[in-house]
Design a protein around this ligand. Structure first.
Ligand code: KIV
Ligand code: ZN
Length: 537
């Protein structure tokens, strides 16, 4: 068996007391929206969407961005590589299973980052050891070998015992020590199935820091899932016990009930700094922008009463609350809307509003648009204002999100749609699509206008994808309201989501469907080189 004690020494703690104190006062924010978040069914993102999210995370002060799982697909690899090259201040991390091939591929993707990190993991609980058929000794050896391998490539290595909260404590202590001795600089303790509770989360971190040799020379991290709604509480309890990194995602995106929400832990540390005296580097004024971007890209609407970023988080409906807030805003508000970048200037835009007003309004909403992008959005805003008397903030956000998802290099674009509806079935959709630069037309029927429209797309772009979800939300009140439509398609176990907004629900439906289809086509081109798209002729 390998000698698991003969390994590079872990880095020494800072010798400067001031630097040491500053490090103790700081919590590293590790965002995994692009990795654990994207793993959630239906949250698949295109390359461009990942770049856009990573750019924003970098700008808003996220310390570590887990950009993806490079060995998972060529598309993942390309996205992680590009994010590694563009990041200005964040450390760029890639995920790798406990084998040399994964780790080499991960390093290949992140090596050009100013600050790269390899994150390697293995399931250590009895359930996971059953799956991998590894004895405790064999697993200990694998951990030693893979962390050593990663550390030989990169001097910033994070190691995670997956399902740590259901791993026997003696085995957990043993493997954490091995990982530290092999050179891991961050030890992440995942609550993979969202099973732990705050007191237990704290006790586990405290026990490891206290009992594992070398534990005080590395950063302990907490990675919580929200299956029992305790992810934020568990993460903060871990910090109180000595963890100095929180792994989280925007809007709490993630598998099943999601991961710890970045906005919740960051705002909790800010608002309750009296009892949670740790700082983050996050510019909290970018939180709403990040929340909207991730929700727009994934089509996962943020629940109205979601902490911090929900639509109702700062609304005061009842008379008593409104009265209290008018007299003293602190009566019912513990944070200011502007602290998270929520616009309080509710000027309604209309068809006489000019470019400068639109630009300034969008800036208030967290969107900096200039040049061609401003011209495009202005044209679309004018078209909307012609159809809709008052254009509210929500309308502009929907317009921006639509803009985000309709990329110029889309293979399929909607050119024309005319639907004939009535009391008699079937309904008819006449459609023209530009497919790979060529216009094609068809007429299709269906059980209702949306069904006829989707049938027309299927006739022009034959595909085996299954429609999994079709959802319509009114953006504002009134019969002239825009509808935001989300569509989820499934192809060979992968999910592709599309979103669009329009005052015409059928047009929004067509665009959303085509948007999801384009993602599938992009994925096939990026992830499976050699697969070419053939249009119907
Ligand atoms: O939840 C989990 O265990 C993970 C690991 C890969 C860190 O996401
Ligand atoms: Zn996870």
């Amino acid at each position: 068996m390998t000698d698991t004690t003969a390994a590079p020494a872990a880095p020494k703690p800072a010798s400067d007391p001031a630097a040491e104190k500053a490090a103790q006062d700081r919590v590293i924010i590790f965002d995994t929206t692009l990795r654990d978040g994207e793993q959630s069914p239906g949250a698949t993102m295109t390359h461009e969407e990942k770049i856009e999210i990573a750019t924003l995370l970098d700008e808003m002060g996220v310390d570590v961005i887990e950009a993806g799982f490079p060995i998972a697909s060529e598309g993942d690899f390309q996205a992680v590589s590009e994010i590694a090259k563009l990041a200005q201040s964040a450390t760029i991390c890639g995920l790798a299973r406990a084998n040399p091939m994964d780790i080499d591929r991960c390093w290949e993707a992140i090596r050009h980052a100013k600050s790269p990190r390899i994150h390697t993991f293995i399931g250590t609980s009895p359930l996971h050891r059953d799956i991998t058929q590894l004895s405790q000794d064999a697993m200990a050896e694998r951990i030693h070998d893979t962390v050593t391998h990663a550390r030989n490539l990169c001097d910033n290595v994070q190691w995670s015992p997956m399902d740590a909260t259901r791993t026997e404590h003696d085995f957990l202590r043993r493997v954490v020590e091995i990982a530290i001795r092999a050179g891991a600089t961050t030890i992440n303790i995942p609550d993979t199935v969202g099973y732990t509770a705050p007191r237990e989360s704290a006790a586990l971190i405290a026990m490891l820091i206290d009992q594992v040799p070398g534990a005080r020379d590395v950063v302990f991290s907490t990675h919580c899932h929200n299956d029992l709604g305790m992810a934020t509480a568990n993460s903060l309890a871990a910090v109180e016990a000595g963890a100095r990194q929180i792994e989280c995602t925007i809007n709490g995106l993630g598998e099943r009930a999601g991961n710890t929400a970045l906005e919740e832990v960051v705002m909790a540390l800010r608002v309750r700094n009296d009892i949670l005296p740790w700082q983050t580097r996050i510019d909290t004024r970018r939180i709403m922008q990040a929340s909207r971007l991730v929700s727009g890209v994934t089509g996962f609407a943020v629940q109205f009463n979601k902490a911090v970023v929900g639509k109702n988080a700062f609304l005061h409906e009842s008379g008593i609350h409104q009265d209290g807030v008018l007299k003293n805003v602190e009566t019912f508000e513990i944070m200011k809307p502007e602290d998270i970048g929520l616009n309080v200037n509710n000027i309604v835009m209309g068809k006489h509003s000019g470019r400068a007003a639109l630009r300034s309004k969008l800036a208030d909403l967290g969107y900096e648009v200039e040049g061609n992008q401003l011209t495009d959005i202005f044209v679309r805003f004018k078209a909307l204002a012609d159809r809709k008397k008052e254009v509210y903030d929500e309308d502009l956000i929907a317009l921006m999100q639509d803009q985000t998802s309709a990329a110029a290099d889309d293979l399929v674009q909607l050119q024309y749609l005319r639907v004939v509806c009535g009391t008699e079935s079937p309904q008819t959709a006449e459609m023209a699509l530009v497919i790979d630069g060529e216009e094609q037309r068809t007429t299709a029927t269906g059980d209702g206008p949306v069904d006829a429209t989707f049938n027309a797309v299927k006739a022009l772009v034959p595909h085996t994808t299954q429609l999994q979800l079709y959802q319509v939300h009114a953006v504002t009140g009134g019969t002239d309201a825009q509808a935001t439509v989300s569509v989820r398609l499934e192809a060979e176990g992968r999910i592709f989501t599309g979103q669009s907004a329009d005052t015409d629900t059928v047009v929004a439906s067509a665009r959303a469907y085509i948007n999801a289809l384009n993602k599938q086509l992009h994925f096939e081109r990026a992830g499976r080189p050699g697969v070419t798209y053939k249009s119907a002729s």
